[in-house]
Design a protein around this ligand. Sequence first.
Ligand SMILES: Cc1ncc(COP(=O)(O)O)c(C=O)c1O
Length: 381
Amino acid sequence: MIQVADRLKQVEEYYFSRKLREVAFLKSQGKPIINLGVGSPDLAPPFKASMLLRDSLEDEGANKYQSYQGLPELRDEVANFYKSHYNVSLSGQTEVLPLLGSKEGIMHISMAFLNKGDEVLVPNPGYPTYGAVAKLVEAQPVLYDLTEDNNWLPDFIALERLDLSKVKIMWVNYPHMPTGTNAPNKFYDEVIAFGKRHNILIVNDNPYSFILNDKPISIMRYNNAKDVCLELNSLSKTFNMAGWRVGMLIGNYEYISAVLKVKSNMDSGMFYGIQKGAIEALQCSAMWFVSLNSVYEVRRALIWQLADALNCTYDRDATGLFVWAKLPPHLKSEEFTDLVLKEHSIFIAPGTVFGSNGEGYVRFSLCEPEEVIEEAIARVK
Ligand SMILES: Cc1ncc(COP(=O)(O)O)c(C=O)c1O
């Protein structure tokens, strides 16, 4: 047997990759599984975006390798989108880097900025990829606590007490997944000042700002952000294009160039038709967001009923594509979700997937139609 690299010993297979295999097996045994575990939007992308993708197949050069930086029109459209939706001015040609989904950006940024032994501040609970990727590049994740008592925001006093001399990157993600917390203005000013004080690159991962959220915010809107911040964004949830794999990185030219150095050695551009479709999606009018959120609002009200039926509590002011719910006292997340899967054939995510501070919580996705959620409620009742 050929030995795998040592770095693989540091990480486990992604929870959802493992669990969805189990769910698929149960389905193949005839179990009528309802999947409320994952956040893969079931609704259609903007119609015109799909049509452009289809029609662009006949464009000359559609089959060729594409630019490592994406089409200039795509970069300009991202800049227009940031101006009209976040009131942030960007140069499309130097401050935008299209990505094959924002997830790959987490790896590229880590490879561009982390040396072996560097430390990375990672939210607990948070998106598991930040910590896993830090380990893959032989850096050290340092978990920072987010707790309900502090409204799932970082405690900067506690952070200042840490030895930050080896910390190079801090991952932040507001609106926050999995809790749906929105950060106040004060947070953005504080985190930028923190980054500047300690020479830490602050990366805001921002894929949920248009889901059930009236006030989309970009960290780039705040003073001095371009000095120490990067922002990841994505069309996956905003335009139901998760499988198309379109994301973007926003930041100053020097940081973007460093990431491009990595990326241009790893892929050979995004398929032309997908870029054309993405350009169209980014031009959607306000109506797109109104109709998308009207569907999610109805679903969320039903998920609240399901959570009630399971004796869970939740914050009605939370945003995003999930409902984050607290279990009755003393119940363990994974035991609870395994039981719900076994007894009701409903898959929900245990909070512990997102870190130890997720113990005692579960996450429901809004990516199933009303009638399916109604069926879930009926099963539990
Ligand atoms: C917090 C967060 N960041 C990033 C991603 C990756 O999104 P994508 O690669 O589809 O843009 C996800 C996906 O679920 C997420 O929840």
